[in-house]
Design a protein around this ligand. Structure first.
Ligand SMILES: [Zn+2]
Length: 76
């Protein structure tokens, strides 16, 4: 673009983008919850609904454990 004086102008547009803090915190909470459910739950989550029976059946633990094996993950 010429300015009529023989010089040349260039326009540079910088866009600054930051992820919203709330989105980061929400994703961190989802990550923590999911990691616990997939990797560490021994009946705690379902015990809120089914009581002590959840510890005996260990449904989520077995579900994710069987899923790991189905996917070929060498967990033990
Ligand atoms: Zn296993």
């Amino acid at each position: 673009m010429h300015d009529g004086n023989g010089g040349e102008h260039r326009q540079i547009t910088k866009v600054e983008f930051r992820y919203p803090l709330l989105a980061i915190l929400l994703l961190a909470a989802i990550f923590a919850f999911t990691s616990f459910a997939v990797g560490y739950d021994q009946g705690q989550l379902l015990s809120m609904v089914f009581g002590d029976q959840a510890y005996k059946e260990n449904f989520l633990h077995e579900l994710f454990h069987d899923t790991r094996h189905a996917l070929g993950f060498p967990c033990h």
